[in-house]
Design a protein around this ligand. Structure first.
Ligand SMILES: *Cc1c(COP(=O)(O)O)cnc(C)c1O
Length: 241
């Protein structure tokens, strides 16, 4: 890469953004009396090209999240030379479950038993079980996705019995807020729901919660995985998506 070219500037930005996000995670963890190693940074690369992901990889990031199946499959193929761990975090249509089961290590957005059953049935036997989180519609209004909190226990018990899935925890996308106290409330509710399910015999170790604007609040409430896109890669241009 030539020094001073536009691509060079973009790559430098991704590396320094990643460093800034890692620092902010460490500060939030320290503030909560937690070890920063207990929080996995999932870099959400949707809408960004393989070369942005490659640059993040060379800056030490090996776990990436994608939301659109077709777009993700193209990038996974383009980056097959890198040992990336791919997480699917978007809405799941039943005709896409096979591609997800075959190409991802984790799925964060399971919110119906039918989808979970298909993912389990279609997970290739040669791969380890697919790690999954249930997406919970924790703040009600706003989002259409996610199981209702009062239906989460039933779904979790059923998903936990599926042979080719490993139920790891819960995920939520609360309505955005600029107020940190307001941001913390739904994250605390998701943590309490996780604790309640564990008291009912499940062993959920994952809380996938927190995005670019609210990951510090999520860490304060126990997030073990934060899903950060724009703070690493810049603003997204959906171009009609
Ligand atoms: C896009 C997306 C993110 C990342 O959002 P940012 O605000 O860019 O950090 C996280 N989680 C899910 C489910 C997403 O779709």
């Amino acid at each position: 890469m030539r020094k001073g070219s536009v691509a060079h500037v973009i790559m430098t930005t991704i590396a320094s953004n990643l460093q800034a996000v890692r620092n902010a995670i460490a500060i939030a963890a320290a503030g909560a009396g937690r070890a920063p190693g207990g929080i996995v940074l999932l870099a959400v690369s949707k809408t960004f090209p393989p070369k942005a992901i490659r640059e993040a990889y060379h800056a030490g990031q090996a776990v990436f999240g994608e939301s659109y199946v077709q777009e993700a499959l193209e990038k996974i193929a383009a980056l097959h030379d890198l040992p990336i761990e791919w997480h699917f975090i978007g809405p799941i249509q039943s005709n896409k479950t096979r591609a997800i089961a075959e190409n991802f290590a984790w799925v964060h957005s399971v919110d119906r038993l039918k989808i979970a059953e298909r993912l389990s049935a279609q997970r290739p036997q040669i791969l380890p079980p697919l790690d999954v989180c249930l997406q919970v519609n924790i703040s009600g209004e706003g989002s259409k996705s996610g199981v209702a909190p009062n239906e989460a226990a039933g779904l979790a018990q059923a998903v936990a019995r599926l042979p080719q899935l490993r139920l790891r925890g819960l995920m939520a996308i609360p309505a955005p807020s600029d107020d940190v106290a307001a941001q913390r409330l739904p994250f605390a509710q998701l943590r309490e729901l996780r604790d309640q399910l564990n008291r009912q015999g499940l062993s959920l170790d994952t809380l996938s919660m927190g995005m670019s604007h609210d990951f510090a609040a999520a860490i304060a409430e126990g997030a073990t995985m934060v899903r950060v896109g724009s703070a690493i890669f810049g603003l997204r241009d959906y171009g009609g998506k």
